[in-house]
Ligand binder design. Structure first.
Ligand SMILES: Cc1cc2nc3c(=O)[nH]c(=O)nc-3n(C[C@H](O)[C@H](O)[C@H](O)COP(=O)(O)O)c2cc1C
Length: 221
């Protein structure tokens, strides 16, 4: 798969098959992905991977919190407010996702199921948590972001789908306890990994992008 194909074919998988992912393959994916650049080659990432009974326990604890309406509190704070244009894109994304899945606005039960899927980790057999020392600045989060995309692109080489998700790290205390993540590490993002259930309605949706003419301003070219 060439780079352009990998970039164009990746999408956020929101329904995984239950098939396990080989630990060897996860290791190879992470080995390739950690070729990502970082400030001064600091490689700020510490990576924790959950699967099997560990992931089952995490999932159960997440679902319990979700059903008790425990508010999420990620180590990295969420923006209190998004700039209006970004907020609009987010709302359009949600509406379009539901439309593609054939879910009506007033179908509360179906909407609930889709939201709950976040806390089921979308049925993924493995979740990769990317962490870094809590004293670091957004420059290192930039490095973590490049690692995250590298993981997701390389995963495709193994026929694996993925999704990076805030909701995977919304209860850091649960993850920290289960994976024995030290307190001085911030849990930045989770990436669910597994074989995509391509026929699932949630995986039919492809998110749009702003036209490049709107995004890019050239100077001197
Ligand atoms: C930092 C980050 C957090 C995200 N959190 C969630 C999430 O909690 N739940 C979810 O369904 N998708 C989540 N996503 C996936 C985005 O919605 C998705 O990347 C975006 O809509 C673009 O779609 P694509 O990944 O299919 O190209 C997140 C993505 C990123 C990069």
């Amino acid at each position: 798969m060439d780079v352009t194909d990998a970039l164009n074919s990746r999408y956020s998988t929101r329904a995984f098959k239950p098939d396990q992912v080989d630990k060897e393959n996860i290791t190879r994916i992470l080995e390739a992905a950690t070729r990502a650049p970082s400030w001064g080659n600091t490689q700020p990432w510490e990576i924790f991977v959950a699967g099997g009974d560990v992931l089952d326990r995490l999932r159960n604890a997440y679902l319990e919190n979700y059903h008790k309406d425990v508010p999420g509190r990620s180590d990295l704070p969420r923006p209190l407010q998004w700039p209006p244009a970004l907020q609009k894109r987010m709302e359009e994304l949600g509406a379009e996702r539901f439309r593609t899945a054939g879910i009506k606005r007033d179908d509360k039960a179906a909407r609930q199921t889709i939201f709950e899927a976040n806390y089921r980790f979308f049925g993924a057999p493995a979740v990769i948590y990317l962490c870094m020392d809590h004293s670091l600045t957004p420059w290192s989060i930039f490095d973590i972001g490049m690692l995250a995309q590298s993981i997701m692109l390389e995963a495709q080489q193994y026929g694996l789908g993925s999704i990076p998700a805030y909701n995977l790290v919304s209860y850091p205390d649960i993850i920290r306890k289960e994976l024995e993540i030290p307190d001085d590490l911030s849990i930045i993002i989770g990436i669910a990994l597994g074989y995509s259930d391509a026929q699932h309605p949630q995986n039919k949706f492809r998110s749009p992008r702003r036209p490049i003419q709107e995004v890019v301003r050239f100077g001197g070219l």
